[in-house]
Write a protein that binds this ligand. Sequence first.
Ligand code: BGC
Length: 743
Amino acid sequence: MALKSKIIISVFLSLTYLSVIAQQKEVFYKVSENPLYKNSSIPTEQRIEDLLQRMTLEEKVLQMTQWTYGTNANENNIEDKMNEVRPEIGSLLYRSDSPKFRNQIQKKAMEDSRLGIPIIFAFDVIHGYRTIFPIPLAQACTWDTELVKRSCAVAAKESHSAGIDWTFSPMLDVARDLRWGRVAEAYGEDPYANSVFGVAAVQGYQGNSLADKYTIAACLKHYIGYSLSEGGRDYQYTDVSGQTLWETFMPPFEAGIKAGAATVMSGFNDITGTPATANYYTLTDVLKNQWKHDGFVVSDWESIENLIPQGVAKDRKEAAYKCVMAGLEMDMKSDVYLENLPLLVSEGKVPIETIDEAVRRILRLKFKLGLFDNPYVEELPDNERYLQPEFLELAENVAAETMVLLKNENSILPLNRMVKNIAVIGPMANDSLHIMGSWEGIGKSDDAETLLEGIQKEFGNKANINYAKGCDFDGLDSLGFAKARIAAEKSEIIILCIGEKRQWSGESGSRSNISLPAIQEELVAELSNLNKPIVLVISSGRPNELSRIHSKVDAIIEIWQPGLRGGSALAGILSGRTNPSAKLAITFPLTSGQQPMYYNRRQSSRPIYGQYRDVSKDPLYDFGHGLSFTEYKYGEIQLSDTIIDKSQTLIAEIEIENTGKFDGKETMLWFISDPVANISRPIKELKYFEKKSIKAGEKMVYSFEIVPERDLSYPDNTGKRHLEAGDFYLQVGNKKVKFELVD
Ligand code: BGC
């Protein structure tokens, strides 16, 4: 018998069994006309308790269940079949954008179920809903938390108007190995950056109150350590030491929880022997007992069932047992809870208190979202909900601040106004699909402006634009090179747009080699033979290996996957309308084989030995690298003191002068190093950042207040923090000063 039919039969049997037991024990309470839980003037916790004591076990377990509705846009989780929605379900992964359908389903929940408990409608709103913003990795390169917050607020507004209450975002899996495609979805390789941007995202989605009209609940994912997936292959084992857990992976989640994130999603990964979905230590000890999270944890897609292939559960029943006992409240998609929890409770294996506590947490979010009191959303026409002019303007502004100018030899950019013929070449030039990135919400490539369109609009009749595709993203066909050469020969400058298809990053988008396919490298080589200036524009979900091509071009702009308004944003940088200000939130290695390579690694025992025989030990572009059209002169770091005790705050200041001709925005990334400690420390660690506008010819003072307990202490492998006296270094740009911490 097919597995599916077995599951259906066993769900049916267990529910029948349950309802017989329930009837025998007369646990069906009659719902009074005006039950307490329906009274909005009663405190939430009382409403929850009132409702909980009216619920049958079956109703409780249904609350712990999430089903899907609609066509799945995520090709890793194909689920075309529309499940018949049960009105008692806890949540629906809702893949339609119709508020009308959503309200109809909600009406079923409110009116056709015994207790009228509203459903939470969920969707992956990752970097926009219909207005698609740049991918999160790109957003981190803005170093502007306000922009990130505003883009999440737009995403919340658009998605909520379609009936979404809950997004599975932000993803806070600190990037480690660039072969892992999901580096596109996090805020780069630094724990502090992921913390700060994660908080901005939570604030953007959730606003001041979850009950407000335009807000949605956030979900911090994938808790935890998922980015260490072995070899960068998705869904693999992760060997996460206690030290790494507390130093690298926990901080963003802790910050997100403190900022009030409503929910958390457990990762697919096996954490050093115990899968994240069944991990009592991370889900209960840390999240609920230590951090006092009052929301709930949803599994990742069928990740409860995944305990079987992971080799820690012999069947679905054991998987359900292990996860519920670990503190995992909601089952995404696998129906393992629905099938097994009633039996496990009746057999006395799972205490009813455990179920009650899980349901309490789920109901709490429903009350916080205001769903009991306002279960329906407005049904406005699409043109009043999506792609509003201010949303698109923001999408362009965010994109402009994500694009990193990696190289600009002889200040070839911005383009000289005298340039009359511009060649725009490459497979990415006229693409409107791949620039959207993975997890494109309900974004449509028809809404997206291509890079070519942006350039045509920017230069209008001031220059001739000569376009040629040159080649595909991959394959061997170089027939298009001839047309590309002709376009280039007619032009004074070549804008060469290459990069990755969107499914080459994101979930299950791992690559063993982070180079671009040979055909694209050959196109670069071919055009470089013409001895014309080349501006290389790369759109990708990760830093690529550029070792064979970076020296063949004059300028390089990494535009990541910029979303709907990448074309205008790029064109603004080419013309000089925008002065680039982005800086890398992730290291650009020189070669694939240098992986993993991140700036905050440990020191070596023999620093000058043990390097590769074939390539440099250094990356191509460091974390924090990013050029501007203007120049900044850095003063010296001024400290309020050079010796402080543990209760003192140290104030550091630096004056920056814009000595160039362009107004600009400059970001200070403040790093601290602790060269000697009882537990070795990373070479340096980002502790604070700030971005400010500085007009040409003006000066600006940046400051950072160092609070010893917060900025100089470090965790051990249990999370306990240690603050040790000794020397520290503070670094910003290429300026570095020493100070001492005394007892
Ligand atoms: C992904 C999650 C996502 C979920 C729901 C999973 O496969 O890992 O990030 O939120 O699907 O679509």
